[in-house]
Design a protein around this ligand. Structure first.
Ligand code: 5GP
Length: 194
């Protein structure tokens, strides 16, 4: 998505360890006009698909998940990273290594919030190694839901997670794919232009 790519080029900051900071428009201060346009693109990418629920993981992808859900008139289910006092009852659980924090998160969704046969679109802000998306796929499988696809605002193609999921047959779409930023210069995957 050209508008998003331009914004990443003008405001994105390449940090050590292969981290792209987009806090000024995507996940700390959120540009709601851009968010709306990203949701429009998402609706085009999955046009014709019936989606019952958007599944995401807390916290930075929730705004995008809600914007996309409005397009599909779907509910949003947010997987928690901790079992706190307001998570009760039986839960689906999956492990995911955290790229930004290190360590492993146990991703949790209360069983009542997903149903067998639900058509699910998995959304997140970033797709890097693919661990978060894989954990959400595992939870959807446990729930016997049908995954329509996975959608990221930004994929870091050089980490390979998106392509590994595509190779497994998952319908993975990203609004922008960063192919390289190793020397601080951001280069996008060319055939991702929409
Ligand atoms: P993965 O599990 O695919 O390795 O990483 C995806 C998760 O890590 C996303 O939920 C996202 O919040 C975080 N993440 C991964 N890479 C980046 C990055 O370069 N910048 C930011 N802001 N978050 C990232």
């Amino acid at each position: 998505m050209e508008l998003l790519e331009r914004r990443i080029l003008s405001e994105g900051k390449v940090l050590d360890g292969g981290v792209l900071k987009v806090g000024s428009f995507l996940n700390q201060r959120i540009d709601t006009s851009l968010l709306g346009q990203m949701a429009d693109e998402a609706a085009k990418l999955f046009e014709g698909e019936a989606v019952d629920k958007i599944l995401t993981v807390e916290a930075s992808g929730i705004a995008f998940a809600v914007a996309v859900a409005l397009k599909f008139k779907a509910d949003v289910v947010v997987a928690k990273k901790h079992r706190s006092s307001n998570v009760s009852g039986d839960c689906f659980e999956a492990e995911a290594a955290s790229f930004t924090h290190g360590g492993t998160n146990k991703i949790i969704v209360e069983k009542d919030y997903l149903s067998k046969g639900d058509r699910i679109l998995i959304c997140d802000d970033f797709l890097a190694e693919g661990n978060a998306m894989q954990a959400l796929l595992d939870i959807a499988a446990e729930a016997q839901a049908r995954v329509v696809g996975c959608l990221a605002e930004i994929e870091k193609g050089f980490q390979g997670g998106g392509d590994r999921l595509r190779d497994k047959g998952v319908n993975v779409k990203s609004l922008a794919i960063v192919e390289d930023m190793s020397d601080g210069k951001i280069v996008f995957r060319q055939n991702n232009r929409m």
